[in-house]
Design a protein around this ligand. Structure first.
Ligand code: F6R
Length: 245
């Protein structure tokens, strides 16, 4: 495990974008497993800039998203499909046939989970999985207690996650359920990068990096992965005993 502490959100985002861009340079047909949320916005902005100004091409890459709310129409402004289009996919040269987001409006969500898991497997698994971290230590929507051997499935969101995400919804109520790739699916990625920013992540980060490895803190399980980097800004690293980079 590697933990790098960068001074600010912007430097953390730049380091994250450099790692993703490096993967695409090394393997233009890489398979990426990607997060939504506030944390990766700076990384996506930089990747779009590298595409626009630096000629970075994603044309041969394959993209999977980690999760999606259940029961939202695909064009709902708070859906992760819309988020990804607006913040990333519409601004790069991704092949639309190689862009995958779980379908939260699928009539048979269980079948959709199975389809999604098979699609990731058939693509060869993820070369690089980028993650954020919830204040409760969740990764994707694998909430505390998520089994280590879990696969893509329908999950019930914790009340704390729904509260944090409520602001994205007009009615101020987040959906109760989501589709998320599983812990095992994440773990099979050949490389994992977890991004964290801000003081409200400090406890989750400390628990993940310095606490017990336990399903109660899903991100702590990443420490068993042979190729994982935690990219942290100073504030999110504040509760750790470990020194700076
Ligand atoms: C979103 C996801 C979540 C977020 C986490 C942090 O696709 O997988 O695990 O990464 O909830 O969200 P932010 O970055 O908004 O604090």
């Amino acid at each position: 495990m590697h933990a790098r502490v960068l001074p600010h959100y912007e430097s953390m985002s730049a380091a994250a974008a450099a790692i993703v861009a490096g993967k695409i340079h090394e393997k233009p047909d890489a398979v990426l497993l990607l997060p939504t949320g506030t944390t990766p916005l700076g990384m996506y902005r930089r990747l779009v800039r590298l595409h626009d100004e630096g000629g970075l091409s994603f044309a041969r890459a394959t993209f999977f998203n980690l999760d999606e709310y259940l029961g939202l129409p695909p064009d709902h402004p708070a859906s992760y499909r819309v988020y990804m289009r607006e913040n990333f996919y519409d601004h790069i040269d991704a092949d639309p046939g190689q862009v995958h987001v779980p379908d939260g409006s699928a009539p048979d969500p269980e079948a959709e989970c199975e389809r999604y898991e098979v699609a990731i497997r058939e693509a060869g698994g993820a070369d690089l999985c980028v993650l954020g971290i919830g204040r409760n230590g969740h990764i994707g929507f694998n909430e505390p207690g998520a089994p280590f051997d879990s696969r893509t499935r329908v999950v019930r969101l914790s009340e704390s996650t729904r509260l944090v995400n409520a602001a994205d919804f007009e009615e101020n109520r987040a959906p109760e359920k989501a589709i998320t790739v599983g812990m095992a699916t994440v773990f099979e990625a050949r490389e994992i990068l977890l991004l964290a920013s801000g003081a409200n992540k400090a406890n989750a980060v400390a628990a993940a990096i310095e606490g017990e490895v336990s399903e109660d803190v899903p991100a702590s399980m990443l420490r068993r992965h042979p190729n994982v980097t935690f990219l942290l800004d100073h504030e999110s690293a504040a509760a750790m005993e470990l020194g700076d980079e």
